[in-house]
Design a protein around this ligand. Structure first.
Ligand SMILES: [Zn+2]
Length: 417
């Protein structure tokens, strides 16, 4: 950081009261064994509806959104910005709507920097409330029952919000829908972060014509819309910086999706005057994110937990799994946070699992079983994590679960960072 940041303005009295009462409620909630990461925001906002704006005032805020990778990217940016020597507020556990953001800022009132994961649908209102310095757009694909037209509408709302803001947009140039949304911003730092999941982006977001693709490059012959030139580029497991220097990322977090998140984080760090070497040194210390990628021991088996919420996420997670013959437990629920409909299971290709033992768990294991049958993947049904361990009979087990299934396993295996 070149110049010291000025101190934040003092909160008005009602806002101070709101944060005090909200904080007390969070403490009570935690004593009762609950999470407590949202309650202070909910109560605070009830007492002072403008609490989020008041808490964001005088800070340099980064908002991070996209269908996949929000939590990890938020964590990596937070690590990178710690190289400034400043305290950084963040909603580390992924409570990413208004109350979650409010709670995070309320908890760290003296932090002058804030990195906030934000739900896709809330980006326009959160831009208004927090007046961010940087908005990060990762990717946009179908989640649960969302349809292509709905994500296009969402991208259009982002365009309107970004056009009215003077923030810097850090955006993935390889996702045509993201590029279209980001191009409405006043200044954009483009990142070539790759796009593994392309099923939702065959059409030009501007005119609807079919997009021409060549590797990561894309263009529309009808309206001239094309992939913008990038400032930062992911190349295998290395990054090419704006000066053209190539260096290895060497992250502790596995997989291509996280390498892509890290390159985005480097572009954000640059906007705060943190160079790539300093940012990478901090990001390499991140080993797990809100329990994801955590390794735990149970009954002598080393278990690694992976979370994936939608087809694009499952594809990425299947990429980072340790290779066969290590067995894998797949678990699917269909509670409200997961989406009630499991038809998305049919959008994932499971054939690469044919060469390893596969266990199937979760409340909707029969839906998954039918899907695996169709892909000719042999499997065994497992009733809970302990039975899976028993059936796997292996020193290692990879667990890939969707949202509430992941939370259930995590609760059994012990809450870990
Ligand atoms: Zn077009």
């Amino acid at each position: 950081m070149d110049t010291p940041l000025p101190a934040r303005p003092r909160l008005p009295i009602r806002a101070r009261l709101a944060t005090t009462v909200g904080g007390a409620a969070a403490t009570v909630s935690k004593l009762a064994g609950r999470d407590g990461s949202v309650i202070s925001g909910i109560i605070g906002l009830r007492l002072e509806p403008d609490l989020l704006s008041l808490l964001a005032a005088g800070r340099q805020v980064v908002l991070v959104t996209g269908t996949n990778g929000k939590t990890t990217t938020t964590r990596l940016i937070t690590a990178a910005l710690s190289a400034t020597g400043q305290k950084v507020a963040s909603n580390v556990y992924g409570a990413n709507m208004e109350a979650g953001l409010t709670s995070a800022l309320s908890k760290e009132q003296d932090a002058l920097l804030a990195v906030l994961e934000t739900d896709e649908k809330y980006i326009p209102s959160m831009i208004k409330a927090t007046q961010p310095k940087v908005v990060v757009l990762l990717n946009l694909s179908r989640d649960q029952m969302d349809r292509a037209a709905e994500i296009w509408m969402l991208a259009r709302r982002w365009r309107e919000a970004l056009a009215a803001s003077d923030c810097l947009v850090v955006a993935n140039a390889d996702d045509p829908l993201i590029a279209w949304a980001a191009s409405a911003g006043r200044s954009v730092s483009w990142v070539g972060a790759g796009q593994r999941w392309r099923e939702d982006s065959w059409c030009c977001p501007e005119c609807g014509a079919h997009l021409a693709r060549n590797g990561d490059d894309w263009s529309c012959r009808e309206c001239g819309n094309q992939r913008p030139a990038v400032r930062w580029q992911l190349e295998g497991d290395k990054v090419i910086d704006p000066a053209g220097r190539v260096q290895p990322l060497d992250l502790a977090l596995p997989g291509r999706a996280n390498a892509s998140n890290a390159v985005v984080a480097l572009a954000v760090a640059e906007a705060f005057g943190v160079d790539a070497d300093a940012a990478l040194a901090q990001m390499r210390g991140v080993t797990s994110v809100a329990g994801r990628y955590t390794q735990v021991q149970r009954h002598g088996t080393e278990i690694r937990l992976l979370l994936a919420k939608n087809p694009a996420g499952w594809l990425e997670a299947l990429d980072v799994m340790v290779p066969a013959p290590v067995p894998v437990l797949l678990a699917v629920n269909a509670q409200v946070p997961d989406g009630r409909d499991t038809s998305w299971l049919w959008d994932v290709d499971y054939r690469r699992l044919r060469d390893r033992p596969v266990l199937v768990g979760g409340e909707r294991r029969m839906d998954l079983a039918v899907r695996l049958e169709a892909d000719d993947v042999p499997f065994q049904l497992a009733d809970g994590i302990d039975q899976a361990i028993e059936l796997a009979r292996s020193p290692r087990l990879e667990v890939l679960a969707n949202y509430t299934a992941f939370q259930q396993y995590r609760a059994i295996l012990g809450r870990t960072q």
